[in-house]
Design a protein around this ligand. Structure first.
Ligand SMILES: [Zn+2]
Length: 413
């Protein structure tokens, strides 16, 4: 069951600052505020990565078809190098990236291994590299794929995990981890998913290889497999290959999500899709389109889905949502004229219903009626009452902020 304690509470949000006095305390959402320092500039440092994979403190987050390996539904399992060495050869980072690209052979497949970062709070017995020290974290895809040998190795590694009583958490959306583990899992899931979807170049259709420890993929200019077929090593031109290689980067798809307040500040606009459980409503959301500001997208989505015309839009907070690669940009918006509040579902039929809810009803639902889509409302919930998303969803945080009394007072000034 989700609760408020799962929402991250990093030290900086308690700190006094001019900005906090002006705009209020920052809202930090679930899946964000990872305890890891990503040290992105070390991702191409192969001597560092080579030392990191074998270090006794190092932890591997294991995914199988994107499901995380867990001790229990609330706790990730972190594997040691010895448990995964069959999938991660000691020599994996022996060569430089430049050499790996030069020696590319499309007949060979590689494990999806991603350096996530260092937990600098766990320095004791951790790895020290230059001025950085802590416990290294990697993500490893242990799904059975690749060559026959790789698949057999994966089977063996997976069987050993099973033998320890561990299991892969099967959940459409995993909302049961602590805030720290949720952020680590979000990073592991999002980047692993992107790697598995981009093993072929989107421009020329040939195999790509991972560089920067799984955070970029390159389309190498040559392929040893071609030489074996009696062809020149040079591959046909890839139109975006201007230097040594064609690089592609993980996607982040920006999405807006918005709590809408009525002109009088006494009601909130919420909607529901057909797939929601009965009485379960949420804030409106949708993808930002090319050449659209966040504010434009908020106004367009709310008009398209509910027929309501907005005036001021304020960006409130954001939430990474690794299903598969969204960044939810949370806003609060208000209607400036009661004539603009009329709901119409006739434009885009995406919602089954949209409705204005009185603040009191929403406050009650926040107390007794929150759960994730598959969960049960609290014990005080009465059948037929409004149900809302849990605090781990930015929708809940936006609704809380929108009905905050101080905010409404300020909005009337
Ligand atoms: Zn290409």
């Amino acid at each position: 069951m989700s609760n408020n304690s799962q929402v991250p509470n990093p030290a900086h949000i308690q700190a006094d600052s001019m900005l906090a006095r002006r705009f209020g305390k920052e809202t930090v959402n679930y899946y964000s505020s990872s305890p890891l320092n990503r040290l992105s500039f070390l991702r191409s440092d192969h001597p560092f990565l080579s030392a990191a994979i074998k270090h006794p403190s190092t932890r591997f987050v294991i995914l199988k078809d994107l499901a995380p390996l867990t001790r229990s539904p609330t706790e990730l399992y972190y594997a040691k190098y010895d448990e995964v060495r069959k999938l991660v050869p000691e020599t994996i980072y022996d060569k430089s990236e430049e050499d790996l690209i030069k020696e590319h052979d499309s007949r060979k497949t590689e494990p999806h291994l991603i350096f996530l970062g260092l937990d600098e709070a766990q320095k004791e017995d951790g790895l020290t590299w230059k001025i950085y020290s802590g416990t290294p974290y990697f993500a490893l895809d242990a799904s059975e794929k690749g060559s026959e040998e790789q698949q057999a190795n994966a089977k063996e590694v997976l069987a050993a995990f099973e033998g320890k009583g561990l299991s892969f958490l099967q959940a459409r959306v995993a909302l049961t981890f602590s805030a720290d583990e949720a952020a680590i899992y979000a990073q592991a899931r999002a980047i692993t998913d992107w790697n598995t979807r981009n093993t072929y170049c989107g421009t020329c259709g040939h195999r790509t290889i991972a560089v920067n420890s799984g955070t970029k993929r390159a389309c190498p200019p040559t392929d040893a497999a071609r030489v074996a077929e009696g062809k020149p090593a040079e591959k046909p031109a890839c139109t975006t290959r201007t230097t040594l290689s064609n690089l592609s980067f993980p996607r982040t798809d920006p999405t807006i999500i918005v709590a809408v307040i009525s002109t009088d500040g006494k009601r909130i606009l919420l909607g529901r899709s057909k797939r929601f459980p009965p009485n379960w409503y949420s804030t409106l959301a949708g993808f930002i389109e090319p050449a659209e500001s966040v504010e434009d997208a908020v106004r367009r989505e709310v008009w398209e889905e509910a027929g309501v015309t907005l005036s001021r839009v304020v960006i409130h907070s954001t939430q990474p949502w690794p299903y598969p690669a969204n960044l939810m940009i949370g806003a609060i918006a208000q209607v400036s004229d009661p004539a603009h509040e009329t709901i119409s579902l006739n434009h885009d039929p995406e919602l089954e219903d949209a409705r204005w809810f009185e603040i009191e009803e929403v406050e009650k639902a926040l107390r007794v009626g929150t759960s994730d889509l598959g969960g049960q409302a609290g014990p005080e919930y009465k059948e037929g009452g409004l149900r809302l998303p849990p605090p781990t969803a930015i929708a809940n945080q936006l609704i809380q902020a929108a009905i905050n009394i101080d905010f409404l007072k300020n909005s009337k000034m």
